[in-house]
Every structure is written in C-alpha cells, then in structure tokens.
Design a protein around this ligand. Sequence first.
Ligand code: FES
Length: 100
Amino acid sequence: MAKWHKVVAVDGFERSYKFASRRKEVAIFKLEDGVYAIDNICSHEFSQLSEGMVVKGDVYCPKHGSRFDIRSGAVKDFPATRGVKTFPVMIEDGYVWVKL
Ligand code: FES
C-alpha cells in the first residue's frame, strides 16, 4: 500500500533530487510551478533521470537523450517509447513529501 515519505527540504536542493526507498527510486524536480516526482530510472535502459538536463519542464535522459515531460511522465523523444510513472507530491512545513 502506498504511503507518504518525507523526502527533502524544499530549499535543500536546486533543480533535481534523487530519493530511494526500499521499493522505488524517484527523481524529484523543482519547476517554476511546483515540485514533481517521476521514476528515476529511464524507461529505455538503465539511466538516472535525476541526472538529466532540465529544459522547460522536460528532462533529457543523460544516456541517450530521450525527453520526458516532468509533469506527466510522457515520453516526447526517442529512443524511449514508454513514459515513466509519476508520483503524488505535497509540500508541508517546508518539506517535499512523495507518495510511494
Ligand atoms: S537510457 Fe534513457 S534514453 Fe536510453
């Protein structure tokens, strides 16, 4: 059953942050309109999206350059053909919480 995890202070990271729990590895991104969480592992091969370049709400996979929409998890560029999962995020008392 999914439960909320206290991840990091909102001011504790610049643009992206990797969070790992026993069950999942999640990439947290801070955009102009809020904080979002998606699978950290690319849907193409093994690569960490939290290390990718962020441009206008999209993250580029650092390995082969597939582009993912951070808000929806949708894939926008090859070689990946599947999107990545998104996770609910809330901000409380200055901390990012993610539901996994
Ligand atoms: S591992 Fe991400 S595009 Fe290939």
